[in-house]
Design a protein around this ligand. Structure first.
Ligand SMILES: *Cc1c(COP(=O)(O)O)cnc(C)c1O
Length: 429
């Protein structure tokens, strides 16, 4: 094992970090994680941090759940990897069955991908080819919301509506029609998207939305009724509806899938993040009607796939995770903890300098004002304050939030929320 300072030295010499300006990074003393357990990350220097964002929205069951580790080990020693082209295996088919049992009624096919971004890219390709196969080759455009985030591949970035993440790639991104975010009472936003769809239905393949919450845009929520009306609208217009549950899924918003709160079934549903808990995995779930458009001659097939598609270890983990959700009544836990989060954020709203707070399920967010958007510095001040107090809270510009593991211990949740509150108090302008 190398020393903590050696890790930092080699990091600065060789690593290139996600979403990190190089010059800022060189002057910060990073958390150097050596171990994680439950809701805690342990630094090589002996400090521990509450994992306030489930390690980038992934660890819904915290770290080191013994059943997940056992499932991973058992599967690894039986069959760790094989392709899913011209071959099949038990973990892949059983996971598909389990997923479809929890998914909105009407979704009946599972295509495995490597992560959330590739699940979105796949949904894009499925939509376009589905219409080509139906003799409607002009339907190749997409509608997505302002502030959307659907991942970082070129396809997913094309759908994204956060300027900072798009700008550098202008010129290589495909055309995407941008619709207003349905803030608050959404009537006006709905009118606008209705007009777009009515006008361009012959060229639009699909509408893509994050389900109820835009995570990366700053934990922005919208009314489930908007999603319900959007479903009816797209169905009437012969446009597919792609719902991105990569962040919102797996109970994060209070229900297993956020779109359940709208009572809808999308044509395509993309999942990832919490899905397999420990290793990268994603999937696009489709209706039989979409699947059927790929039947027939060979050129109508979906010529698409990823090397690790349906990886047996990932599949075994994802199945075990669903079993744990049931056995440990994770969604009931969420219902109870969501109330605790709601109360805390009502209190946080009163802090001087806080512009507003909101909460949904296991998510609580506070806006600290500032006009620098994603480059704002206030969120990072909260990060520093929280780090001193023993919590890891990565901000979204001037928005700070918690989205802890769904099974976080009650005492740890109380601690996280009070660290959050104190840190906001200390950092607020
Ligand atoms: C993170 C995220 C993605 C991309 O998932 P990756 O696993 O990072 O590729 C897509 N959509 C949403 C809503 C996300 O939060």
């Amino acid at each position: 094992m190398i020393s903590r300072s050696e890790v930092v030295r080699l990091d600065r010499a060789h690593l290139w970090h996600p979403y990190t300006p190089a010059d800022t990074w060189e002057t910060t003393d990073p958390i150097v994680v050596v171990r994680a357990k439950g809701s805690y990350l342990f630094d090589a220097n002996g400090s521990r941090y509450l994992d306030g964002n489930s390690s980038w929205w992934v660890a819904a069951l915290g770290h080191g759940h013994p059943r997940l580790l056992a499932a991973m080990q058992a599967q690894a020693s039986e069959l760790a990897h094989c392709a899913l082209a011209g071959i099949t295996h038990e973990p892949a088919v059983l996971l598909a069955q389990d997923l479809l049992r929890t998914a909105p009624a009407g979704l009946s096919r599972v295509f495995y991908t490597d992560d959330g971004s590739t699940a979105i890219d796949l949904a894009v390709k499925m939509s376009v080819q589905s219409f080509k196969n139906r003799g409607m080759p002009k339907k190749v455009r997409f509608v997505a919301l302002e502030g959307a985030f659907h991942g970082d591949t070129v396809g997913a970035t094309s759908l994204g509506g956060v300027d900072v993440f798009r700008k550098p790639y202008a010129g290589v991104l495909f055309d995407c029609v941008r619709a207003d975010f349905p803030e608050g009472s959404y009537a006006r936003a709905f009118e606008i998207i209705s007009d777009i769809i009515e006008r361009d239905r012959d060229s639009i393949a699909a509408v893509v939305v994050e389900s109820l919450v835009q995570g990366s845009a700053g934990m922005r929520f919208y009314d489930p009724a908007y999603l319900r009306e959007l479903r009816a609208l797209t169905e009437r217009a012969g446009v597919l509806l792609i719902v991105d549950e990569v962040f919102a899924g797996y109970g994060r918003t209070g229900t297993m899938w956020a779109c359940e709160q709208a009572g809808i079934t999308p044509d395509l549903m993309c999942i990832g993040k919490a899905m397999s808990a420990l290793i990268p995995m994603g999937a696009t779930l489709a209706t039989e009607a979409v699947f059927d458009t790929f039947r027939g001659s060979k050129d109508r097939a979906l010529w698409y796939g990823h090397t690790f598609c349906g990886n047996p270890i990932g599949a075994a983990l994802a199945r075990e995770l669903l079993a744990i959700y049931k056995d440990e009544r994770i969604l009931e836990q969420v219902e109870r903890k969501a109330n605790v989060i709601a109360k805390a954020f009502a209190r946080i709203a009163e802090i001087h300098g806080v512009r507003g707070t909101r909460h949904l399920g296991m998510i609580g967010a506070a806006d600290l004002g500032g006009s620098d958007g994603y480059f704002g510095g206030l969120g990072w001040r909260v990060y520093e304050e929280a780090r001193r107090r023993g919590a890891y809270l990565r901000p979204l510009g001037d928005t700070v939030y918690v989205c802890p593991p769904l099974n976080i211990e009650d005492a740890d949740l109380e601690m996280l929320l009070s660290i959050f509150e104190e840190s906001v108090r200390a950092a607020a302008p």
